[in-house]
Design a protein around this ligand. Structure first.
Ligand code: SF4
Ligand code: FES
Length: 250
């Protein structure tokens, strides 16, 4: 009986790897302790290949390693070839033109010996148009924001370039943004030009989330993470629920 092939082997910068079929090239490199720079990649979100910073060379072509699934044996991948370094320097140059003060991009510019492209300076608002915020919003089940428009007009916004009316104030978009472009405040809660109430933990009074995001999660009156942990440990020990006469008494 033939056995299903579940592993794929190859080399990255001359070092052998053996990983489950479908592993991305980026993950395979990571498993060897190799670092490929990324900006629009988040391990908990689907890849989109927008920033192009993670380009590597395989079979004489450049591919985005965060998107490229390994399916055939014998792939010989290069992460530091002249073709890769040239493409990466070009990508950093473009990205830096959009976010010229971003510390990570400035560091990469030093590393790859490049700088912003002055011809693109009028698009320098700090947003890379990488779409990571949009994917985080979608993954949380809201889809309040999108990348809208074309060329230099392209930007992250709500439908029809209006503030996102479906935003629940969860801050997921701002937390994943690689450049900190999205303005927000944790306490009091505000984002995308809107202010949100915060519901307190019924036991300790700490803010747990906005009513809109709790409704989205299907929970009306949840405990905060530390009260939840405490409640779980007490239930394991067979102890009754802790009660606090004053919220904030901990
Ligand atoms: S706001 Fe941030 S995460 Fe969203 S597209 Fe711009 S740089 Fe990327
Ligand atoms: S990290 Fe792969 S394209 Fe952005």
């Amino acid at each position: 009986m033939s056995q299903a092939i579940t592993k794929v082997t190859g080399t990255i910068d001359g070092r052998g790897f053996s990983v489950p079929i479908g592993t991305t090239l980026l993950e395979a490199a990571k498993s060897l302790g190799l670092t490929i720079p990324t900006l629009c990649h988040h391990p908990g979100l689907p890849a989109d290949g927008n920033c192009r910073l993670c380009l590597v060379e395989t079979g004489g072509k450049l591919v985005a390693s965060c998107l490229f699934p390994l399916r055939t044996d014998g792939e010989a991948i290069l992460t530091q070839s002249p073709m890769v370094l040239e493409a990466r320097a070009f990508t950093v140059r473009l990205l830096l033109s959009r976010a010229p003060e971003d510390p990570r991009l400035l560091e990469l510019a030093r590393e790859y010996g490049t700088g912003p492209d002055p011809r693109l300076a009028d698009g320098a608002d700090g947003c890379l148009r990488c779409g990571l915020c949009v994917r985080a919003c979608r993954a949380s089940g809201t889809e309040a924001i999108a990348l809208v428009g074309r060329g230099r007009e392209r930007k992250v916004t709500g439908p029809f370039f209006e503030p996102p009316i479906d935003c629940v104030g969860c801050l997921a978009c701002a937390r994943v943004c690689p450049t900190g472009f999205i303005d927000f405040s944790e306490l009091p809660r505000s984002i995308w030009g809107r202010d949100f109430d915060l519901r307190p933990c019924p036991q300790c009074g700490r803010p747990v989330g906005t009513p809109e995001e709790l409704r989205r999660a299907g929970v009306e009156n949840p405990l905060c993470p530390s009260c939840r942990r405490l409640s779980y440990s007490r239930s394991l020990m067979g102890l009754p629920e802790a009660s606090f006469s004053n919220p904030g008494e901990r």
